[in-house]
Design a protein around this ligand. Structure first.
Ligand SMILES: *[C@@H]1O[C@H](CO)[C@@H](O)[C@H](O)[C@H]1NC(C)=O
Ligand SMILES: *[C@@H]1O[C@H](CO)[C@@H](O)[C@H](O)[C@H]1NC(C)=O
Ligand SMILES: *[C@@H]1O[C@H](CO)[C@@H](O)[C@H](O)[C@H]1NC(C)=O
Ligand SMILES: *[C@@H]1O[C@H](CO)[C@@H](O)[C@H](O)[C@H]1NC(C)=O
Length: 504
């Protein structure tokens, strides 16, 4: 969501008033050994592959990970000589890919450094593994602490008193840590750290370049205990585009803050996958999957398969007609494009057409901006670009954020509820899981339409998606601070067609 910046003038005045001694960006201290790995994150990167990325406060000639299935005997090694950064960043980013992993197996890994620990992950389930499992959808998260939200005071809105030190006590991150064995990966389509909202704190107003970096560093440090153990699959949101939200300071917008620069540096470079080769015996499926892999543009649009599910991550910000963050888009950001004309939608169609439902019965599409939401403000250009193809290829669930609360919608197409409801609908069911926590606070639910089954804005929350079997999927929303179950729904899909291609 776009922040309310009407009190910007007040903030500048406040910053000038408190003076330079207090007005300083909260950059985290650098470790004594600058090669110490920080901000670890991992991703599913192939049927038998996991990628690992991390940052250091110096450039490295060679960055390596040792790994194996026994924590005390890490005999395998993967390295990279790419150590990348961008102007204004204090850190360098490294990515290695561990291939030929046994499926659904616990691996231990150690990023090679004098100051690193042995971590672990479970390798991906192969496509077609019908074992039940769960994933989390966490969107619009943001940093916790002085430059982000706190959980004191009015629990339903952000508290502007910066009295809690940055720590792992982030309500949603805390819950993800406590329930670490209950889910296998996380999808986070957009609005990660909210670093572009640095100007919302008076102490940052005169220190934009440092404040932007400080929030990014703090956020990815806070996220690392989760993202370093569970594949953390991202696509972009408007807060990764940044810069134009504060017209008055835009001329001074640091280069590193423009056009998804940090997002690409962190999640590009081979961390996110393209699209998997099809394991279907159908020749057209193989051709379409290869076409999708060639057209994919990670970390903007890409797909992966995991057990019973095929997940497509999309970019609702750029790269389709009237995309909100593109040149001429409603947000005025002038970012992208990241592909050739129509590349994202050609990818999307080829990818959806490749899915053999006898292998991956479930199909999820995850993007940042929803078209179904309470109140006003659904993304019409996004709906126009993506909804028809989602219906045609029988997508089961659309997962979105951007609106800062949790919402569930009945299966719907073109603004009309599917008559079958949750019992084998042809149209996708939709959720919004945008209430995970951000400096901008929660958004009031507002006016509910007939498609809306449930909505919640009392506290930070997120969604767990459970693949119960090939025909039953359960979506549970949890309150982040208490872990209380807020809403639970079950979708039945017969998945009787091997390849879905249906007309409205
Ligand atoms: C990095 O590694 C690649 C592949 O091993 C090699 O071709 C390349 O020359 C190396 N680059 C540098 C700068 O060492
Ligand atoms: C998180 O912080 C709040 C407020 O400071 C505190 O009440 C709570 O006990 C903390 N939770 C954990 C798990 O540390
Ligand atoms: C944004 O970055 C992409 C990829 O590097 C580039 O192709 C595009 O031209 C950039 N857009 C702007 C407005 O700078
Ligand atoms: C969607 O609904 C509108 C009316 O609200 C109708 O004009 C249009 O033809 C519908 N489109 C499709 C693809 O069904």
């Amino acid at each position: 969501m776009a922040p309310v910046i009407s009190f910007y003038g007040t903030l500048v005045a406040a910053a000038l008033f408190v003076g330079d001694a207090l007005a300083k960006a909260r950059l985290p201290p650098k470790p004594n050994d600058l090669s110490t790995p920080v901000q670890e994150r991992i991703a599913v990167n192939g049927p038998n592959a996991v990628s690992i990325a991390w940052n250091t406060y110096k450039q490295l000639d060679k960055a390596c990970v040792k790994y194996g299935t026994l924590s005390g005997s890490l005999k395998l090694e993967a390295c990279t000589n790419r150590s990348i950064t961008y102007p204004t960043s204090r850190t360098w980013s490294h990515t290695v890919t561990l291939t030929d992993l046994n499926p659904a197996t616990v691996y231990y890994y150690k990023i090679e450094s004098a100051n690193s620990n042995v971590e672990q992950f479970m390798s991906p389930r192969v496509a077609g593994d019908k074992t039940p499992f769960a994933i989390n959808a966490v969107i619009d998260l943001g940093v916790y602490g002085e430059d982000g939200f706190t959980i004191r005071g009015d629990h339903s809105k952000r508290d502007t008193i910066p009295s809690i030190q940055p720590s792992l006590n982030h309500t949603t991150i805390g819950r993800l840590a406590q329930t670490i064995d209950d889910y296998e990966f996380v999808i986070h389509p957009g609005d990660l750290g909210y670093a572009d909202d640095w100007f919302l704190r008076p102490h940052n107003v005169l220190h934009g370049t440092d404040a932007f970096q400080a929030i990014l560093e703090n956020f990815y440090d806070q996220l690392a205990p989760i993202a370093g153990r569970k594949p953390y699959m991202v696509s972009p949101g408007n807060h990764e585009a940044v810069c134009n939200e504060l017209p008055a300071l835009n001329r001074g917008c640091p280069t590193g803050q423009k056009n998804f620069t940090d997002f690409m540096s962190r999640f590009g470079n081979g961390l996110m996958p393209t699209a998997f080769s099809s394991t279907s015996e159908d020749a057209a499926a193989k051709v379409n999957a290869n076409k999708a892999a060639a057209l994919a543009k990670p970390p903007f649009w890409f797909s992966f398969e995991y057990g019973m599910v095929h997940v497509v991550m999309i970019d609702t910000e750029t790269d389709f007609a009237d995309a909100p963050d593109a040149e001429g888009g409603e947000q005025g950001f002038k970012t992208g494009p990241f592909g050739a004309r129509n590349q994202q939608l050609e990818f999307f169609e080829a990818d959806l057409a490749s899915i053999d439902r006898t292998i991956t019965p479930w199909v999820i599409v995850a993007g940042h901006r929803p078209w179904y939401t309470t109140g006003d403000g659904g993304c019409k250009p996004c709906q126009k670009a993506f909804e028809g193809l989602m219906y045609k290829y029988g997508v089961d669930l659309g997962v979105f954020g951007h609106v800062h609360n949790s919402q569930r919608f009945y299966p719907a197409f073109n603004g009309t509820a599917d008559k079958a409801g949750m019992n084998d609908p042809k149209a996708p069911m939709y959720i919004i899981a945008g209430g995970a926590g951000s400096i901008e606070g929660l958004s009031a639910v507002g006016k509910k339409g007939p498609l809306n089954a449930w909505a919640y804005d009392d506290a930070f929350s997120y969604a767990t998606i459970r693949f119960l079997d090939t025909q039953n999927l359960q979506v549970d929303f949890y309150r982040s601070d208490s872990g209380k179950l807020l809403d639970s729904s079950k979708l039945f899909k017969s998945h009787k067609d091997r390849f879905v291609s249906q007309k409205p």
